[in-house]
Write a protein that binds this ligand. Structure first.
Ligand code: ZN
Length: 581
């Protein structure tokens, strides 16, 4: 039996409450592509995983109310709150271009996050059970300024809220994010009945009333856990505690350098949870900028529910798992498939021109695609990016079926295509694939900038939905019983982004691509794709031009060719060199 299921069967799952809202996903398309790229799907990923392992009881997930401006006004100055109404201020905080900020929805996300921390604190005090908020720990926000992805200080606002309700007990804040709690320290400076303990890897100067432990970069598990033990030993008696379980302590993080392992970070959570025991406690995710960051906070749920050090499986893809589950819940008829032969199909079989609504891949109607994209929550996200009347149009362009998702910019009233797909069914080798001739995801409002550089072939910045769309196209190919998806990457960065799960169908082509990835590994993706597009690359001494051959992603791994030797031989034969501009 799965060890987790065994824990549940023994009835050892402990109750805790989770605050979550779909709008915890920040509606900023550029936040993932900049130099300080941040994963916006973390709350969705964590919640999906905790449900998957049955760590969450039914009814334990609560959607919070956004924090009111009167609650925010107890901590933040009016002038600062007013400044947040401008895209410039929010863009500065989230390290994106102002054209990428649709103020109302970004503020709604942040206020919902603060509301989650407030409600978690109130609940935990009342019920004496742990509570978790999947979007919070904004510890760099001070009374009169925001910074480092933190616009409003949810911890300080929650402290002032419970104080306003008459709670006078001592409140602890254990801040285990890689970065120092500068904003929280500034906000709580005058509340003598608070204690802030922190372990940081960066020295940002003195922090008033913070028990701060500064550790060097590359500290690793043992040194970190020893410091944590000492910090917890110095912690005074408290009646409520906030824990910032920052994931930027993890090895491979772009902004944090402690290089802790996932088991090491789980040990951290277990130590803190055991120290707090039955004390009312609120756990917050804070920072985390690696692809594994979501696993840290999933680990918090595992800690609270099971007191377990059971790891999150390394290859578990929460987006793929979530979308597969959604796909299974959608009946084919609701996507446009006719269960029985329709009049339109009948006319076609009789040799008459097809009547009725146009279909993508002889299957999906525009209504059906709209229904599907709503279920995958793509349509709501497009609306939150500030597009009105978002809808799907299906037609034919040359020999391809075309589906476009159109929307009207809420600020300018101009309608444009946000997603455009051209595809057909194509036989490659002995199998038929969903062939993507063209796929573009466009945010017509966003501008390129140093924070969001233009990639070759890009006309406007993207929507930050490439992973979702690849998953949806894969599931579409499964539904219409094709072998997988196929496409011709016009640029190196497209092949690079698709390289996990997809490969060039031809063994030698795949070998050359792997050699190129190997030889470009010391450069950024932007540098390497530009060098290749500009013709500044040689292959074994000769000028090299990008080869846009077919890449495929098979739905059944049994179909993947067994040609690793041929791939490896070509990879070893090929050596690429990049010339400076
Ligand atoms: Zn941080």
């Amino acid at each position: 039996m799965n060890p987790l299921l065994a824990l549940i069967a023994r009835g050892t799952r402990r109750p805790f409450r989770i605050y979550y809202d779909e709008a915890f996903r920040l509606p900023i398309t550029g936040v993932e592509s900049g130099p300080r790229a941040m994963e916006t799907r973390r709350a969705d990923d964590v919640l999906h995983y905790l449900r998957h392992v049955h760590a969450v009881r039914p009814g334990a997930v609560v959607s919070p109310e956004p924090a009111s401006y009167s609650a925010l006004g107890r901590v933040h100055t009016q002038a600062y709150l007013e400044s947040l109404m401008s895209p410039t201020e929010l863009a500065h905080i989230f390290a994106v271009d102002p054209s990428d900020v649709y103020v109302d929805e970004v503020l709604r996300s942040v206020r919902l996050g603060v509301g989650g921390t407030i409600e978690a604190a109130v609940y935990s005090l009342a019920k004496r059970k742990p509570a978790v908020n999947l979007f919070g720990g904004f510890h760099h926000a001070a009374p009169d300024r925001g910074a480092g992805f933190c616009a409003l200080n949810d911890i300080a606002v929650a402290v002032s809220e419970v104080r306003a309700r008459g709670f006078t007990g001592r409140i602890g804040v254990i801040d285990l994010d890689f970065h120092p709690p500068d904003g929280t320290a500034a906000c709580l400076e005058k509340d003598e009945a608070t204690w802030i303990g922190s372990i940081s890897g960066a020295d940002w100067g003195p922090l008033p009333r913070v028990d701060e432990t500064l550790l060097p970069q590359g500290t690793r598990d043992d040194g970190y856990l020893r410091a944590l033990e000492k910090l917890l030993g110095r912690m005074p008696e408290c009646e409520l505690c906030f824990v910032l379980a920052g994931a930027d302590v993890l090895t491979g993080d772009r902004l944090g350098q402690f290089a802790l392992s996932l088991p090491g970070v789980r040990e951290r959570e277990l130590m803190v949870a055991r120290k707090l025991g039955s004390m009312p406690q609120v756990w917050l995710p804070a920072g985390g900028y690696s692809s594994h960051a979501w696993k840290v906070f999933a680990g918090v749920g595992m800690t609270l529910a099971f007191d377990s050090d059971e790891p999150v499986p390394t290859d578990y893809d929460p987006l793929a798992a979530r979308f597969s589950r959604i796909s299974r819940s959608i009946p084919s008829q609701s996507l446009g498939d006719d269960e029985i032969l329709s009049d339109a199909d009948l006319a076609e079989t009789l040799g008459q021109p097809r009547v009725g609504p146009p279909k993508l891949l002889d299957f999906y109607t525009s209504e059906g695609m709209e229904f599907g994209l709503e279920r995958y929550r793509v349509m709501p996200l497009l609306r939150r990016l500030g597009f009105l009347n978002v809808h799907v149009a299906i037609d034919q362009v040359a020999e391809y079926d075309r589906a476009r998702v159109l929307g009207t910019d809420a600020l300018t009233g101009v309608e444009s295509a946000l997603i455009e797909l051209e595809c057909d069914k194509r036989v490659l080798g002995e199998q038929t694939f969903l062939f993507i001739n063209w796929l573009t995801l466009r945010n017509p409002r966003a501008h390129f900038s140093d924070l969001r550089p233009q990639l070759p072939g890009q006309e406007v910045p993207g929507l930050g939905l490439a992973r979702e769309m690849m998953q949806i196209l894969t599931l579409m190919s499964v539904r219409v019983k094709l072998a997988g998806i196929a496409f011709r990457p016009s640029w190196f960065h497209m092949a690079y982004t698709a390289r996990h799960g997809s490969r060039f169908i031809d063994a030698k082509r795949q070998g050359r691509f792997e050699a190129l990835v190997r030889d470009a590994r010391k450069m950024s993706l932007l540098e390497s794709t530009r060098a290749i597009a500009d013709g500044r690359v040689t292959l074994n001494g000769d000028a090299y031009q990008w080869e846009a051959d077919e890449m495929v992603r098979w739905n059944d791994s049994a179909n993947i060719p067994q040609d690793r030797d041929a791939v490896a031989a070509e990879r070893e034969r090929c050596h690429f060199e990049f010339k400076e501009t």
